[in-house]
Design a protein around this ligand. Structure first.
Ligand code: PNS
Length: 165
């Protein structure tokens, strides 16, 4: 049987339990999942690429069928370069739909051999995003249980550093 690899792209700034749930559920369908961080110099992230790679690797260290990688440029080109034809994405509430639909159609226009596959986010992670987690954490809000514990610690460190500079 031919092994199927899915590419799970995003910014992952930082990785959340919602992302991890999609990776783990993806592994129930695909043989391998490549978590790929978009390296976008136009966007200033909270965590560097190296920090994000380390956090994702740490969170998924017990999953040998996961690779963590970075990419720049067109996603569909990267998917082909990784010898895959599948983009894996999570879908939260209605608000995600329009953006994901637009992106999937654009990716399809760019390369019809690449398929976008969506998994509905588990109800537990329905309301979370990296952005809302960063916002809550930046004001000292408790985000434990929404990100892996070491990511929570990293968030606290970052915002403490920012406060002291
Ligand atoms: O974490 P995000 O914001 O949901 O990830 C968005 C991402 C990285 C999947 C998207 O911005 C992307 O694929 N960018 C690469 C550039 C590209 O291929 N654009 C054309 C298709 S919309």
């Amino acid at each position: 049987m031919c092994k199927k690899t899915a590419i799970y792209p995003g910014f992952f700034d930082p990785i959340t339990n919602g992302h991890l749930s999609i990776v783990k559920r993806g592994l129930e369908i695909f043989d391998r999942v490549v978590v790929s961080i978009l390296n976008n110099p136009q966007k200033i992230p909270l965590f560097s690429i190296e920090e994000r790679i380390a956090m994702i690797r740490g969170a998924l260290k017990d999953n040998p069928n996961v690779e963590v990688d970075t990419f720049s440029g067109l996603l569909v080109d990267y998917v082909i370069q990784k010898k895959s034809n599948i983009i894996l994405r999570g879908l939260r509430a209605l608000s995600d739909f329009e953006y994901e639909f637009q992106m999937a159609l654009m990716n399809r226009k760019l390369n019809r051999d690449v398929q976008s596959v969506f998994l509905m986010t588990d109800y537990k992670w329905f309301y979370i995003s990296s952005t809302i987690i960063k916002e809550a954490a930046s004001f000292g809000g408790d985000v434990s249980g929404l990100v892996p514990e070491f990511v929570n610690e990293k968030l606290k460190e970052k915002y403490l550093q920012a406060k002291n500079t």
